[in-house]
Design a protein around this ligand. Structure first.
Ligand code: HEM
Length: 141
């Protein structure tokens, strides 16, 4: 059971990392493309964003499940490196939710989300995600 949770945890993480790269590439290309192509890029960004949000939910469910299963859910059961990993996971999640809310609000009002704000959230999120992976490997590797 634990192995299954860890496999899902890592696959969902891989999906999240892959999508972060794809979204950054599409965002950069959309800025230089014509309106029709840019619209198509934005549609793909929306789809990857949605799947990414579900995979983030899977990461939390499997992460918490493993944490309770193997470590009894006690903060003291793991050292500071796990706490730092968790902190970056929370920052990454907060930035992802922020981007999702901004996009949903813009869609509802028939406008586009502020591009600079989305870019900043995307870049900060990628750094947080990278640091989460690094500290996960330090904590458990
Ligand atoms: C964006 C968020 C996250 C990412 C990118 C991430 C990444 C990883 C990675 C790469 C590993 C494998 C480390 C290794 O075996 O060397 C791992 C394992 C693990 N993660 Fe996460 N994680 C995230 C969120 C969480 C959360 C929110 C929790 C729990 C509250 C959690 C709990 C765990 C546990 C318990 C393990 C495995 C423990 C073991 O093998 O004994 N993770 N995570």
């Amino acid at each position: 059971m634990f192995d299954t949770l860890k496999i899902i945890h890592l696959l969902a993480m891989g999906l999240g990392v892959g999508f972060a790269v794809v979204k950054a590439i599409l965002g950069a290309r959309a800025r230089r493309a014509g309106e029709a192509v840019a619209e198509e890029h934005r549609a793909v960004q929306q789809i990857t964003g949605r799947i990414g949000a579900w995979s983030l939910l899977a990461i939390w469910i499997t992460g918490l499940a493993m944490y309770f299963m193997r470590y009894g859910g006690e903060l003291g059961a793991l050292d500071w490196t796990f706490h730092v990993k968790l902190l970056f996971a929370v920052i990454f999640t907060a930035l992802t939710l922020y981007a999702l809310v901004i996009s949903a609000r813009a869609r509802a009002s028939g406008t586009r989300p502020d591009a600079a704000m989305m870019r900043t959230a995307g870049m900060a999120g990628s750094v947080a995600l990278l640091l989460t992976v690094i500290f996960a490997v330090i904590a458990f590797g």
